[in-house]
Design a protein around this ligand. Structure first.
Ligand SMILES: *Cc1c(COP(=O)(O)O)cnc(C)c1O
Length: 360
């Protein structure tokens, strides 16, 4: 069976080595030794701003919205994983969708200003598939209108834009370390923030608001990453560069062998060091997509419809039509992409797709 993603499990001894440290320290939660170690190693490895490790990649979105968006209208993308919109609604903010760019699939920054009202407080955009939004233009618009910027950078581990970590952009960037993501801690995530004042607020918000055992800075919730998760991250991290290289090879084979005369691929923004986190193809119709999906499923190959449906069509979203996002959501298919795929696997996938599209 070949799935859209495959979790990399480090050699068991590597994980065990870290577990032994936990057994020695007897500390399994709340800022243990491995939590510190993973935090500082990630900051160094990614050359990122300060980060706070979290229990998953959704909580940091919720915390950033709670702290920055104050129950206002939040301008957001309809083409992302459901967590992006759900976090907005869950935090009692109102999602205001802006359609996506048809080639980059990120929010169309030229349409943002028309969606701003006096109730708008923030922009929450996704660097979907690890492809950066137009961060400069979004920054300019946000400054002009006094809005906060949060990036859902769940797919962006290792992505650089103009030689900087993509986590450098926006007031807060979040990442997911879920097992299906390119770097993982089983479940887990992080929020990145350059501003020391805001960082402090995010930090206490993720730990019940604690200042000391008996004093509180303010409202908080529990979003802490535990030592078992940190141990997994530490065991996976040394392999990341090699895994990335293998994923690059798979993507290069897809690009070389797929016939793009009857479908298209996404455009990666200029000056991006991409992380090969997903391999989406965009078919000309949902019918083509379904044919390909059926043929591959019959051979135990499971591409995924990331991301379907377009989030503006969710029952709790209630908004206007988003023609590009709705059309892309119906016709985008993420092909299997994993470190251990070989020529043969890739060949079967490529041949099926090329044959189906050419016989149309
Ligand atoms: C995976 C994902 C999340 C949620 O992360 P979890 O770690 O599963 O909570 C949020 N946004 C996007 C775009 C994602 O793909």
């Amino acid at each position: 069976m070949i799935n859209v993603t495959k979790t990399f499990l480090p050699p068991l001894e590597e994980y065990q080595k870290y577990l032994e440290q936990i057994w020695d320290s007897k500390q399994i939660a709340n800022g243990g030794k491995l939590w510190y170690e993973l935090q500082s190693k990630l900051k160094e490895y990614l050359d990122s701003p300060d980060l706070i490790l979290t229990a998953n990649g959704t909580l940091p979105l919720q915390i950033a919205l709670k702290v920055l968006a104050g129950n206002g209208e939040v301008i957001t993308t309809p083409f992302s994983y459901v967590a992006t919109t759900a976090a907005i609604v869950w935090e009692n903010c109102k999602p205001v969708f802006v359609d996506i760019h048809p080639d980059f699939l990120t929010i169309d920054e030229t349409k943002i200003e028309a969606a701003i009202t006096e109730r708008t407080t923030a922009i929450l955009a996704t660097h979907v598939f690890g492809n950066p939004c137009n961060v400069e233009e979004i920054d300019r618009i946000a400054k002009k209108h006094g809005l906060k910027v949060i990036y859902d950078a769940a797919h962006c581990f290792g992505v650089k834009y103009k030689d900087q970590s993509i986590f450098n952009f926006g007031d807060v960037s979040t990442c997911s370390f879920h097992a299906t993501k390119i770097f993982h801690t089983g479940e887990g995530g992080a929020m990145f923030c350059k501003d020391p004042q805001l960082f402090k607020k995010l930090f206490y918000s993720h730990n019940f608001g604690h200042k000391s055992p008996t004093e509180f800075y303010g409202l908080g919730i529990n979003a802490k990453m535990n030592e078992l998760q940190a141990a997994m991250g530490l065991a996976v991290l040394p392999f990341f560069a090699k895994l990335l290289g293998k994923r690059r090879n798979v993507v290069e084979l897809y690009e070389k062998r797929l016939n793009f005369s009857r479908m298209r691929k996404i455009s990666i923004r200029d000056k991006t060091f991409w992380n090969f986190s997903y391999y989406p193809i965009i078919l000309n119709s949902e019918k083509d997509l379904q044919k390909i999906q059926r043929a591959l499923n019959d051979q135990n190959i499971f591409p995924r419809r990331y991301f379907c449906p377009s989030l503006n069509t969710l029952s709790y979203a209630h908004t206007s039509n988003m023609p590009f996002s709705e059309s892309v959501a119906k016709s985008v298919l993420c092909l299997p992409l994993a470190h251990d795929m070989d020529n043969k696997n890739i060949g079967v996938i490529v041949e099926n797709i090329n044959n189906i599209l050419l016989s149309n």
